[in-house]
Design a protein around this ligand. Structure first.
Ligand SMILES: [Zn+2]
Ligand SMILES: [Zn+2]
Length: 253
């Protein structure tokens, strides 16, 4: 399985402002920066976008992606998310004011977009991957994703504070190779992390211990202004198998 955490700064750097992962080029988890891919063929290759929640850093360039990939005909990008996320996109983004209503403009013969509701715990198969959405504990309903190609599995818990069900679900997966886990705030802002449904280094470490598996832990979602401090805090904890994400790197699992 090939996973790339897309860069989101200009020029590309390790700073993370937006969230999106490409899996085997055809499937994406979240749409923070998909529409910024300079190679339009890579944008067009993205057929299925799984959305964890509708916070802006996770959906920011979906409107641009859909515009860039539109061609007359029935083929289009599929957006998969909870009913609440799809409703939010319709009402708050594709509403004829922020952006054209691509849902209303889509007909059977000529589509801009297709929305598919996800149910928590119910796996979906797309492009040779089985994607299982599992609830996590953010400040609004959010689905983490477990992506399994039958040989190897990778977990994307998305934005979350301390959580339970997600770890229970992925602990049952024998092929798990890596977890892209957030650590949004430094230890000095632990109260803010707790209040906003995010992790700081000490709660990150507690989540790692909950799963207790020999997998790669790849740290994402460090708030840009505090990224260095978070990295220092994490290093001081001496956790094994923990590494900072490298945006733009093609991870092979
Ligand atoms: Zn969020
Ligand atoms: Zn976020």
């Amino acid at each position: 399985m090939r996973v790339e955490f897309l860069p989101s700064s200009v020029p590309a750097s390790d700073a993370q402002f937006l969230v999106s992962y490409l899996v085997n080029e055809a499937v994406a988890i979240d749409g923070g920066s998909l529409g910024l891919l300079a190679d339009l063929d890579r944008q067009a290759a993205v057929r299925h976008v799984f959305l964890t929640h509708a916070h802006l850093d996770h959906i920011a360039t979906l409107p641009i992606l859909l515009e860039n990939t539109y061609e007359p005909g029935p083929e289009c990008v599929e957006l998969l998310g909870s009913a609440a996320v799809l409703e939010c996109l319709r009402r708050d983004v594709f509403n004829g004011r922020v952006w054209p209503d691509f849902f209303a403009l889509s007909t059977q013969a000529d589509r801009f977009v297709r929305g598919t509701p996800l149910e928590a715990g119910v796996p979906v198969e797309r492009a040779g991957l089985t994607v299982t959405p599992v609830p996590v504990s953010h400040c609004l309903d959010t689905l983490g994703m477990l992506v399994d190609d039958g040989r190897v599995a990778v977990a994307f818990p998305s934005d979350t504070g301390p959580t339970v069900e997600f770890w229970r679900r992925i602990a049952a997966c024998p092929r798990l190779a890596a977890v892209f886990l957030e650590c949004s705030w430094p230890e000095s802002m632990a109260a803010l992390a707790a209040e906003t449904g995010h992790l700081c280094p000490s709660t990150f470490a507690a989540e790692v211990r909950k799963l207790d598996r020999d997998v790669r832990w790849i740290v994402v979602h460090r708030k840009a202004r505090y990224a260095t401090e978070i990295g220092r805090d994490l290093a001081a904890l001496g956790l094994e198998n923990v590494e900072l994400v490298r945006p733009g790197l093609a991870y092979e699992f």
